[in-house]
Write a new protein. Sequence first.
Length: 123
Amino acid sequence: MDWKLELVILPVSDVYRAKAFSTEKIGFHADHDHRVNEKLRFVQLTPPGSACSIAFGEGIVDPSAGPVQGLQMVVTDVQAARAELLGRGLEVDEVQVLAWGSFIYFKDPDGNAWSVQQLPPRP
């Protein structure tokens, strides 16, 4: 049996700001934005080419739960990914090259911490 992680829920304090940041600064695709009722709004966004999405909204998760650390995306070219994010106006750390891959890091407006990894060549 396959076990696939396909959705990660994030705490956000401002749904409109979080959606704009994720779509405009990171380049995620907006899959859903539904107001179910006055207490429940569900927003789902997906990174290009990813099988896993993020979701946030109103009535989904307590925004006071604090930021999520360790969210990670994988790309084939970390330098190009960094250039794209910088071009969108995002503050991104310099590339760090380690034995297990090259990384860049950034945070969203709610303090959720993201990393982007380029895997090292496989023998």
